[in-house]
Design a protein. Sequence first.
Length: 148
Amino acid sequence: MQFLEQEIQQYTKLICSTLFGLEVSPISGSYEGSSDETITGSVQISGEWNGAIILSLPLTLVNSFTEIMFSLEPGKASMDDKKDATGELINMVGGNIKALLPEPSLLSTPIIALEGNSLQFPSSKLRTHCQFECQGKNFGLSLYEQTK
């Protein structure tokens, strides 16, 4: 079992169920999205514990989440809407994970990378990676801890 794996799975499932009314299931493996069809959101945690939480989603799933979150008709979500929805989702997941880590700590505002652009966090190591399935689409959530 990875560091906080069960808790990350539990919070991700709960938030997606509550926010979107969609079932999310943990699955084995590692999310490998297409470079131009992936949106990545991240928040950093700083304080007693330092690291980052990264959420990588296929664009088709971001579209669904955004349309549900903002009550939009299919195909009507703008890129700004998609960035807002991804930011809100990583912020909610990140806030719940932060609560499990040593205090005091702060959660950054979300950072969004579009079209497969990756986010790098130098001097950090992967502590946990969880993959999920929702509406037949896979996505991943990773927890990185800063190394000293």
